[in-house]
Design a protein around this ligand. Structure first.
Ligand code: ADP
Ligand code: MG
Length: 699
């Protein structure tokens, strides 16, 4: 890139100071180059006009020339709508607006000829277009030579100041001559040839001004591939640097702790998947570099046992181990489970949470330092600066997405030799996303549930079936089962949230007068929560009414029914997490999704997905498709620091895999990119902002 493209945007013909300011504040466009890399979000094929008779509802959009007539407003307020007719010599189409009616009425001219753009749909057997784009017919738009037209996202503020999509396109055309003269290739010639890529110069031109579908696809492919490739190359080269630079504890032996427990005290036979993962980890921690591994395993797949075996490995190699959980309930539960299983092993295991008393705290601090504390289990309290280990060798982080990168970094600082880190998550992350977000973590997967588990049966009911649902629940309770009722968290208002829960609780109490009912929610003190949870665990209550605080990890095998109220309000991964609370015992379990009739398209897909499958990976893939990667749980906190300009992780999964494979080959054969043939890669990597990738060395 030459310095010409680094000029401030205000110097581009057609921009000027006012527009420059808007481009900066609204779109982060500061230079010519920023504008060049502001890509269209869609294209419309203006290569032809249709006649009204040809239009059918399968077409993604159409362009028609016709006369506007019969503008008519009906209804008021939220029910207001505007109808009109649009006709040519072959027929008529109906136009409908639900919004901006005042504006349309003021500006549209009945009787005038317009060029219409829009998505046709079929309603009551008639073709219509909702919210069409209408341009008065002029000499300019009467030509089809416009070809495939690019559309750019702009904001309301920009539109008000005449910076519409069209205006941006005009600016791009002012920039085009410069593109032709000053763009130089960013990929080595051999690479461009090998992967049959369009040149960068052409791609940057045709992405804004495509003259055919073929060229547009080639331009998109080139730019997406390059974008994904460089991210992967960066991640892999950082990882390769990290493994060279940071030496990890070498766990040389599988010793007494591991063996004794494995042969004498294991409460069950491990599944093949658990054994496989332990083998993967064992190999990793023996290799001399520091392990950073993500363990994905569906709820109930037995991750805790894997964690325990790893911690024993650490003890066998004269280091300490630690397990960190996101909530006090979970940390306590882990502590109880693990210390019970470890009773015959005579180890020093302790719990540290926010409510640990000062006296106990002091003991913990000093035992950690003198090395007499073997395993410390806890919450965020573990990463307080006062907590220092003598020799921390292995850290397990349960339910990873609750922990931010910064917090993990703190753990890292607790030792000169960094501990091995195992991050466990029950929210499966689609492979493509994991590759980018956790690109430098190794990934292990438990893809098998312990034997004898019956998959949870999931059903969806509308509110009018409540009576039958309650009857069903009553029958289950009579059989000795226990039931969760979960109400959604209304984040904007904790008060409302509580009210929702309160009234739900009152209803349930009325419906099940014969039952003991408990309630937990986020506003309770930890010991109150624990008290209620324990009552449920000990079967003193049959029904537990709660918000999503029971989402993660809570283990009550006798609870076999999970009722999720207003299920349409939950995200997919959350629904999946909640469902994981049941199906932990030998009995058939049920998940009942209650919803209102009014469901958006996305909520319908979410509920259908839940009914159809219990496969966490399938659910995660669907979630990614519905929400896009930006919203996926975990991505925010894990510090996904790069904004993709053109590629889309949910849609371009295959290309991402391809880019990763290509990058892997290159880093494997030339880790430092010293080969002259790879020189351009090195130049590009240097340009990529270091700051964007800081997370990858601390995770
Ligand atoms: P998660 O992966 O959700 O953390 P847990 O580790 O809590 O799952 O395990 C869920 C339940 O399954 C626990 O009660 C645990 O004791 C049990 N479990 C784990 N592994 C096995 C196994 N191999 N065979 C039988 N039960 C197992
Ligand atoms: Mg767990």
């Amino acid at each position: 890139m030459t310095s010409k493209l680094m000029q401030e945007i205000k110097f581009l013909p057609g921009v000027g100071p006012k527009k420059a300011e808007l481009l900066q504040s609204e779109l982060d466009i500061f230079t010519f180059n920023d504008l060049l890399y502001y890509f269209p979000y869609k294209y419309i094929d203006r290569t032809r006009f249709y006649k009204t008779r040809e239009v059918n509802s399968n077409m993604p959009y159409v362009q028609v020339i016709g006369r506007l007539s019969a503008l008519q407003k009906t209804g008021e307020g939220a029910k207001a709508r505007l109808n009109a007719l649009f006709s040519d010599d072959t027929g008529v189409i109906e136009l409908i607006w639900f919004k901006g009616i005042k504006w349309q009425l003021k500006n549209l001219k009945p009787g005038a000829v317009y060029v219409l753009f829009g998505k046709p749909s079929l309603f009551n057997g008639k073709i219509n277009v909702v919210h069409p784009e209408l341009d008065e017919y002029t000499n300019e738009n009467s030509e089809t030579a416009g070809g495939i037209q690019a559309f750019y996202n702009t904001t309301e503020k920009m539109k008000k100041n005449y910076l519409s999509s069209k205006a941006i396109l005009k600016l791009q055309s002012n920039l085009a001559p410069l593109v032709r003269s000053s763009i130089s290739e960013t990929l080595p010639a051999w690479f461009v040839k090998k992967f049959k890529l369009m040149s960068l110069r052409e791609a940057l031109y045709y992405i804004h001004f495509p003259d055919s579908h073929q060229r547009l696809l080639a331009a998109q492919y080139r730019l997406k591939f390059e974008e994904l490739f460089f991210i992967q190359l960066k991640i892999l080269s950082l990882k390769s640097n990290r493994t060279q630079k940071f030496k990890g504890h070498v766990f040389k032996v599988i010793g007494d702790h591991f063996n004794t427990f494995f042969h004498k005290h294991l409460p069950f036979e491990m599944t093949g998947a658990q054994k496989k993962v332990i083998r993967e980890i064992r190999y990793d921690v023996g290799s001399g570099h520091q392990m950073n591994r993500l363990l994905q395993g569906d709820v109930g797949s037995g991750k805790t046992m894997v964690a325990l075996m790893c911690m024993l490995m650490a003890l066998d190699n004269d280091t300490q181990a630690s397990l960190m959980a996101p909530t006090e309930i979970l940390a306590t539960q882990h502590y109880n489970t693990l210390s019970k299983m470890l009773t015959p092993m005579n180890l020093n295991v302790r719990l540290l949470t926010g409510s640990t008393k000062t006296k106990e705290r002091k003991i913990i601090h000093s035992e950690l330092l003198d090395g007499s504390l073997d395993i410390l289990i806890g919450t965020h309290a573990l990463i307080e600066s006062k907590v220092a280990f003598k020799n921390l060798g292995f850290v397990v982080i349960d339910e990873q997405h609750r922990f931010g990168v910064a917090q993990r970094a703190k753990l890292w600082q607790k030792n000169t030799i960094p501990p091995h880190v195992l991050v466990m998550t029950a929210t499966p992350i689609p492979r493509t996303l994991a590759m980018t977000v956790y690109g430098d973590l190794d990934v292990s997967v438990i893809d098998e549930l312990p034997p004898g588990r019956k998959p949870v049966k999931t059903m969806h009911f509308y509110d009018n079936k409540r009576k039958q649902v309650f009857q069903f629940i009553r029958d289950e309770i009579r059989k000795g089962r226990q039931v969760y009722f979960v109400f959604p968290l209304i984040e904007e208002s904790e008060k409302l949230d509580y009210k929702n829960l309160e009234s739900g609780y009152a209803t349930i109490k009325k419906v099940f007068p014969e039952c003991e009912i408990g309630m937990v929610h986020g506003r309770m003190k930890p010991d109150e929560k624990d008290f209620e949870m324990n009552r449920f665990k000990n079967k003193e209550t049959q029904i537990l009414v709660s918000t999503t605080v029971i989402e993660v990890g809570v283990d009550v095998p006798n609870a076999s029914v999970m009722v999720i109220e207003s299920a349409e309000r939950f995200g997919l991964s959350q629904l999946h997490q909640l469902r994981g609370r049941v199906g932990r015992g030998a009995e058939q379990s049920y998940c009942i999704l209650m919803s209102s009739y009014k469901l958006s398209k996305d909520s319908t897909i979410r509920l259908q997905t839940m009914v159809r499958t219990t496969d966490g990976f399938e659910i995660a893939e669907t979630d990614l498709k519905l929400r896009g990667p930006g919203d996926m749980e975990g991505t925010q906190q894990s510090g996904l620091g790069f904004n993709l300009k053109i590629a889309n992780i949910s849609r371009d999964g295959e290309l991402l895999q391809h880019a990763r494979n290509v990058a892997t080959d290159i880093i494997d054969s030339d880790p430092l990119l010293q080969n002259e043939l790879n020189h351009l890669f090195k130049v590009q990597l240097k340009k990529m902002k270091q700051a964007q990738f800081n997370w990858s060395v601390i995770s």
